[in-house]
Design a protein around this ligand. Structure first.
Ligand code: IPE
Ligand code: IPE
Ligand code: MG
Length: 252
């Protein structure tokens, strides 16, 4: 289906507020055409730009992109270095466009593990874009769901130790508030490209009730049409949150 026709199938009143994406398949995309893996990552940056702008145009308010996981540090040194360089170059290059498009950029993850220069560039863009309010782009870098949960548990344990919190009073809200994602609503829609059907330590706590869309498309090939298809798929689901379908459809 053509882009325009797909767009006409999207209900603009039911756009997911928060979309999270596991951007996977850059390496396979490159290998398929006989290139080094890093070319796939480079091509993936173009996809990021397009998806960010498409999401903002549709009215998505939060877009979280899994760009580098805790486990990705275990890749060959050359790939890790190339990815960090690509990150710095891309952020620098794209900042004016984020400004033009009213997009605020923030990060989640263990930023201290990133090279100092990388961290500095990210901080500058976060600062420069902080007053933009059309959409918030959240980059997950050196991030994993388990890492964040452990960090949160440490914060809660410290509150208990200092006598400010009773263990029996610990609730969901305490964990929500202690996570890197405290400021954001939970993702409504989680997309993973490249055909893998797993979470790979992404937002473990936050995706409890997210709708999940898997696509075979490799990240560098993920187009505006593919993003529209994910939204259409999301809008075809009935989100029940543990209730019955009758309860959800009933207007009480
Ligand atoms: C996703 O693409 C990008 C990162 C994890 C940084 P991959 O690099 O995982 O690509 P594949 O899965 O090997 O094809
Ligand atoms: C998940 O992709 C992490 C990111 C997209 C940043 P991976 O390629 O690292 O995941 P696995 O290893 O296939 O589970
Ligand atoms: Mg992968």
């Amino acid at each position: 289906m053509a882009q325009k026709e797909l767009l006409s199938h999207i209900d603009t009143q039911r756009i997911p507020k928060h979309v999270a994406i596991i951007m996977d398949g850059n390496g396979r995309w490159a290998k398929k055409q006989g290139f080094l893996r890093i070319f796939g990552h480079r091509q993936g940056v173009d996809t990021v730009r397009n998806v960010v702008e498409t999401a903002a145009e549709l009215g998505v308010k939060y877009l979280t992109l899994y760009a580098f996981s805790t486990e990705n540090w275990n890749r060959p040194r050359t790939e890790v270095n190339a990815l960090m360089q690509l990150l710095v170059d891309s952020i620098k290059k794209e900042t004016p466009r984020l400004m033009q498009n009213g997009i605020r950029m923030e990060t989640i993850g263990n930023m201290e593990q990133l090279p100092a220069g990388c961290n500095q560039t990210l901080r500058e863009t976060v600062e420069a874009t902080k007053d933009n309010d059309r959409m918030t782009l959240i980059l997950a870098l050196s991030y994993s769901g388990r890492w964040d949960i452990i960090e949160a548990v440490r914060k809660i344990a410290a509150r208990v130790q200092s006598g400010n919190l009773e263990p029996e009073n610990i609730g969901e809200e305490d964990l929500n508030a202690a996570l890197n994602t405290a400021k954001y609503p939970n993702p409504d829609l989680l997309i993973r490209t490249s055909g893998e059907q797993r979470i790979s330590n992404f937002l473990l706590w936050e995706i409890a009730y997210s709708e999940i869309h898997f696509t075979q498309v490799l990240w560098p090939d993920f187009s505006t049409e593919d993003f529209y298809k994910a939204i259409i798929d999301y809008q075809s689901r009935e989100r029940r949150f543990g209730k019955t379908g009758e309860q959800i459809r009933q207007v009480i």
